[in-house]
Design a protein around this ligand. Structure first.
Ligand code: PEP
Ligand code: MN
Length: 338
């Protein structure tokens, strides 16, 4: 069975940490518990983590339940604190991986330690930045380095908080096959109900493990409340995850299918955005008493689109039918307004 790292987004109290450790060790196969103790927040002034106090709770959980804690580190001082509290596993978060200066500082602090380090992908879809961060940690002499795919920040509307863009982790695996690659379905999904779908996809793609946010009372969580699984939901997930999916034994085909799913989702998001602007144009035309169909504009538009499609190797007949269909839907949306 592939390993799962689970635990709350943030360590919020001793009780929360011990309760989670007890649950994970008695009801699941989880051996490593995650918890954020320094929380990088988008805006200042909110809950920023319990730092050393939380490391004490994690140390206690390790002593009482034998579960290994893993925490996020973002600065060299964090490494020192982890060592002080007997934490042996750390991860570098997406907001840190983007910055080679920060990663190098952390790498320097890691020199001579026996910590295991997981490197999350950077916020932006840049494979080389991710690889670069992994290399900096390895060059510091850390032998146990793994990667975590947590999706990528995107301006596009998507059902996911951080769309997975599977082509990037797939390429990482191709370039660096011996590197263990985990998936973090929680930060990809952004909502608890999508977590099982992404978790299964990751296993089907032969990822080496999962990191999942679990909280005793997700609705009261101080961070990432909407994406954390309740204990019951986590047990359910573990029960239903198919480890060796026979249908997906052809990996290459499965990976291509996932890429197509990703692209189709993008296509749908773009179409939806386009329709919204069409609707606004309809309102504008109506307010300014303009005709809906402006024949000259449509003719130039179509010519440009056909030329552009041809350049990209798209069949002209297909392209013509597609643009006619899109245009007729636009007209329908705009006429409905009147
Ligand atoms: C987290 O794991 O809670 C976290 C902040 O993750 P990321 O760096 O993926 O945003
Ligand atoms: Mn989180």
């Amino acid at each position: 069975m592939k390993p799962i790292i689970a635990g709350p987004c943030s360590a919020e109290s001793e009780e929360q940490i011990l309760k989670t450790a007890e649950f994970l060790t008695t009801k699941t196969s989880v051996k490593t518990m995650r918890a954020g103790v320094w929380k990088p927040r988008t805006r200042p002034g909110g809950f920023e983590g319990y730092a050393e106090k939380a490391l004490q709770w994690l140390q206690k959980a390790q002593q009482q339940y034998g579960i290994k804690p893993i925490v996020e580190v973002a600065k060299p001082e964090h490494i020192e604190s982890c060592m002080q509290y007997g934490i042996e596993n750390v991860w570098i978060g997406a907001r840190t991986t983007v910055n080679p200066f920060s990663v190098q500082e952390i790498a320097e602090a890691l020199k001579g330690t026996a910590l295991s380090v997981m490197v999350k992908n950077p916020m932006n879809p840049d494979l080389h930045l991710w690889l670069g961060a992994i290399e900096r940690i390895e060059k510091a002499g850390i032998s146990n380095v793994k990667a975590i795919h947590r999706g990528f920040s995107s301006h596009r509307t998507s059902q996911f908080r951080n769309p997975p863009m599977w082509e990037i982790p797939i390429e990482l695996k191709r370039l660096y096959p011996e590197l263990e690659l985990y998936c973090d379905p929680s930060h990809i999904s952004g909502t608890a109900n999508l977590v099982p779908y992404i978790a299964q996809k990751a296993l089907d793609m032969e990822m080496d493990g999962l990191m999942i946010e679990v909280h005793p009372t997700p609705e009261h969580a101080l961070t990432d409340a909407s994406q954390q699984l309740s204990f019951a939901a986590f047990e359910e997930l573990q029960k239903h995850l198919v480890q060796n999916n026979a249908i997906c034994s052809d990996m290459q085909l499965e990976q291509m299918r996932v890429l197509i799913d990703d692209l189709d989702e993008e296509l749908i998001a773009i179409l939806s955005k386009r329709m919204k602007i069409i609707q606004e144009m309809g309102d504008y035309k109506q307010a300014n008493q303009m005709t809906i169909l402006q024949m000259d504009r449509w003719k130039t538009m179509l010519e440009n689109r056909l030329k552009c499609s041809e350049k990209q190797g798209i069949n002209t007949d297909f392209s013509l039918s597609l643009w006619r269909l899109i245009h007729s839907e636009s007209l329908r949306i705009q006429t409905k307004i009147e």
